[in-house]
Design a protein around this ligand. Structure first.
Ligand SMILES: Cc1ncc(COP(=O)(O)O)c(C=O)c1O
Length: 387
């Protein structure tokens, strides 16, 4: 299978119902490079397409059942890559991570209860809290000159002052690219357990960990901690399957699991679709060498970006994980709106406005590096030309 892997190929994704490509702003004489939303411009492992072809040839799409093979492949992946032992009965299937988090919020909190998040962070966290009529409480991350870190004092104060019931952790963190250390995760868990706060840990990016860093599933840190955690995981970022939809909640605590299961049932969702089931089985069975190669390629992309922007007016975070770079453009003295327009009109590059990610995001932009190196280099050159 290895010989089929070539991340340098540029694929045309226009008119494929792609949110990244089919909404590109029209700007005269410019071919805009979209580098905002978090999906990759690479084909998934060949095995996915082969399995989907088998389904299409069969051409029968009745009600589905997620079988034992599916769960054992999923369990093996996390055991092998993260040494995390998940039991089958701890897993609930959901169509997307955000669907699962939303169901968990409704199960674990009441209307007007407080939910804590650490901004800047993936903006649907705040949307989902507010759309469920819960109160949003924000613990800003702090940049220490080298990397972002938690302000644990503020974290605990916010919990106490607002009687917070749930904390939504992003691990690794989108958009600041941190892979939280074991010590940081232990501190979060300790404060949350002490204050009766359940942690929903979004670990969708946990496969994207670069050299010298290690992801610790927070639920794997101790038996006591595992009782207080709802972990959201998915193969959809790892293998670029977002359009197929498959995600999982892993919950050790039976009481919490039963409540969330009921909340999922209340939505009317029953189980995954046949293409999702077959794609997930395919990647967890045969996709590992593809992913290992991808990770090396993305690490090169990260290094290219860092090198190219060193000694310029803008500075790039040192991404420890994820494929999303967090770029400090505050020296340009422009708002995110203005930077977005400038980059679009003059450089022909479409980035995500940092302000979308909440407190601490103004003056920053998020750039998705999961594209062929030729495209990345072109985008970098164009941005550098206008600096
Ligand atoms: C931290 C995080 N969580 C969740 C998602 C979305 O996952 P899903 O499409 O499964 O809801 C993303 C996508 O970018 C993300 O970055």
């Amino acid at each position: 299978m290895n010989k089929n892997i070539n991340f340098n190929i540029i694929h045309n994704r226009q008119n494929t119902c792609s949110v990244k490509y089919d909404f590109i702003p029209k700007i005269k004489n410019k071919n805009i490079i979209p580098m905002w939303v978090a999906d990759m411009d690479f084909k998934s492992p060949v095995t996915v397409g082969e399995n989907l072809k088998k389904i299409a040839n069969h051409n029968i799409y009745g009600y589905t059942y997620v079988d034992n093979e599916y769960f054992s492949l999923l369990q093996n992946w996390y055991l092998k890559r993260m040494n995390w032992k998940i039991k089958k009965e701890e897993i609930l299937c959901v169509p997307t991570v955000m669907f699962g988090i939303s169901a968990a919020i409704r199960a674990l909190t009441k209307i007007n209860d407080s939910i804590l998040i650490s901004q800047p962070v993936y903006y649907p966290f705040s949307n989902i809290v507010l759309a469920n009529d819960r109160k949003l409480v924000i613990n800003p991350l702090v940049f220490n000159g080298k990397e972002y870190e938690f302000d644990f004092k503020d974290f605990e104060n916010k919990i106490k002052e607002n009687n917070v019931k749930v904390y939504i952790l992003c691990s690794p963190h989108n958009p600041v690219g941190r892979v939280w250390t074991k010590q940081e995760l232990l501190s979060i868990a300790k404060i949350c357990i002490k204050n009766n706060v359940i942690i929903i840990s979004d670990e969708i990016h946990s496969d994207f960990i670069y050299d010298n860093y290690k992801h610790h599933p927070i639920s794997s840190l101790s038996k006591q901690i595992a009782q207080n955690i709802v972990t959201a995981i998915a193969p959809t970022k790892t293998f670029n399957l977002a359009g197929l939809q498959a995600a999982h909640l892993v919950i050790r605590n039976n009481k919490i699991k039963d409540k969330i299961f009921k909340s999922i049932i209340a939505t009317g969702f029953s189980t995954l679709t046949i293409p999702a089931i077959q794609a997930v089985k395919a990647v967890y069975k045969e996709g590992e060498s593809w992913f290992n190669k991808l990770l090396k390629y993305l690490q090169q992309n990260r290094d290219i970006l860092n090198n190219e922007f060193s000694n310029t007016k803008i500075s790039v975070n040192n991404m420890q994980g994820t494929y999303l770079a967090w770029i400090d453009c505050r020296n340009l003295n422009l708002s995110c709106e203005q930077i977005e327009k400038l980059f679009l009109k003059k450089a022909g590059v479409w980035l995500h406005k940092g302000s979308t990610f909440g407190i601490g995001g103004e003056g920053y932009m998020r750039l998705n590096i999961a594209c062929p190196q030729k495209v990345l280099n072109k985008a970098i050159t164009k941005i550098k030309d206008i600096l």
